[in-house]
Design a binder for this molecule. Structure first.
Ligand code: 5GP
Length: 207
């Protein structure tokens, strides 16, 4: 079976812990490449240019949109976020599974363009736990936290568009679950149409 690389979209409410999960997937397993997004939001303390995001001005972002340099982009709580095209296409061509950690509007745009993309949604065990985690992060104002919770309520409407949900309660267990779901996705019939039709045509000779 030819093992085609998969474009993996991981979404989840802000504070659900998806950033930590994604970092663990990259460090625990070999075959993943993480796409670094472009954003117009300011870096948070400790964030690094080129590692967490490429931080750009609104003008530079809009130029990138016009040049077709992003495979998707969205506005989230007043800022632009987008996925640079080159890296994703290069890594998929090399046979690596590429992870996009993006919000829901972007996820849906990816699914329109890449029909075999795998959409995963990370949930907290409860809404109260989500609020706790945002408060603990303490890098943002109360107003920003309120906006993120409001946005989570809106985003919860779209969860049924995703293929699988995972609950981030125990980090180690959640990393293993995500990896297993991705491995299983490689064997889905819908992602192996080429192989299936080859076997079918080989079998034609026995009819
Ligand atoms: P944060 O400001 O907390 O880093 O990210 C805010 C939201 O934007 C998160 O839900 C994150 O997944 C999403 N996001 C980050 N990069 C991208 C991107 O390239 N495209 C889209 N559509 N969303 C993104």
């Amino acid at each position: 079976m030819e093992d085609k690389s998969i474009l993996i979209v991981i979404s989840g409410f802000s504070g659900a812990g998806k950033g930590t999960l994604v970092k663990r997937l990259i460090s625990d397993y070999d075959n993943y490449a993480l796409s670094v997004s472009m954003t117009t939001r300011a870096p948070r303390p400790g964030e690094v240019e080129g590692k967490d995001y490429f931080y750009v001005t609104k003008e530079a972002f809009e130029e990138r949109i016009r040049d077709n340099g992003l495979i998707e982009y969205a506005q989230y709580v007043g800022n632009y976020y987008g996925t640079p095209r080159d890296y994703v296409e290069e890594q998929l061509a090399k046979g690596r599974d590429v992870i996009l950690e993006i919000e829901i509007q972007g996820a849906l745009k990816i699914r329109e363009q890449y029909k075999d993309a795998l959409l995963l949604f990370v949930m907290p065990p409860s809404a109260a736990e989500l609020k706790n985690r945002l408060l603990k992060r303490a890098t943002e104002t109360e107003e920003a936290i309120r906006n993120r919770l409001r946005r989570a309520a809106e985003e919860s409407e779209g969860i049924d568009e995703y293929e699988y949900i995972v609950i981030n309660d125990d980090l180690d267990a959640c990393v293993r679950e995500l990896h297993s779901l991705i491995r299983a996705a490689h064997y889905a019939a819908k992602r192996n149409e080429g192989f299936i039709s080859r076997i079918k045509s080989e079998l034609e000779t026995y009819r």
